[in-house]
Design a protein around this ligand. Structure first.
Ligand SMILES: [Fe+2]
Ligand SMILES: [Fe+2]
Length: 155
């Protein structure tokens, strides 16, 4: 999705989420390219933290702002809820034992799963948000403030 082509009403909110998506995608690749165990572990921890913040913002602020606009958006939001839950289970497994033998397997499945979810969000949900001209100009600052809050919290 090309950020520069998003209309003003949706640009800030969708742009921020797209930035988050890009950031974790880069970390997924870095994990693959990293050979050493400690390196992988710290990337995994960082990804889990970023995904948790991102999912919280979507669930608390972004998704509720879209609820009820159309049946197809509601269906996508239901699906997103299930996908977030699966990602959370994998994140919990990784955070429980980041030094364990299952890190590589859990992280690989998480990255595949999140990549699928991100592709659906960008390809379907975000396009519908633009198509329906949902005005997110007041929502974007709330998302930014919540991110700030969640990022500052000690983990
Ligand atoms: Fe999501
Ligand atoms: Fe997302």
């Amino acid at each position: 999705m090309d950020k520069s082509k998003i209309p003003a009403g949706q640009a800030d909110a969708l742009g921020a989420l797209l930035d988050d998506h890009r950031a974790v995608k880069t970390l997924f690749k870095t994990f693959k390219d990293t050979e050493d165990r400690d390196g992988k572990e710290s990337i995994a921890r960082e990804v889990c933290q970023q995904l948790t913040v991102h999912a919280t913002i979507e669930e608390e602020i972004f998704y509720p702002a879209l609820r009820g606009v159309s049946d197809s958006i509601d269906d996508m939001l239901d699906e997103a809820k299930v996908e977030h839950q699966v990602a959370k289970d994998l994140i919990a497994a990784i955070e429980e034992d980041p030094g364990g033998d299952m890190l590589e397997a859990n992280f690989t499945v998480l990255s595949e799963y999140v990549s699928h979810h991100v592709a659906e969000e960008e390809g379907e949900l975000f396009n519908n948000v633009i198509k329906e001209k949902i005005d997110l100009r007041d929502v974007a600052p709330l998302m930014a403030a919540r991110k700030e809050e969640l990022t500052q919290e000690p983990s």
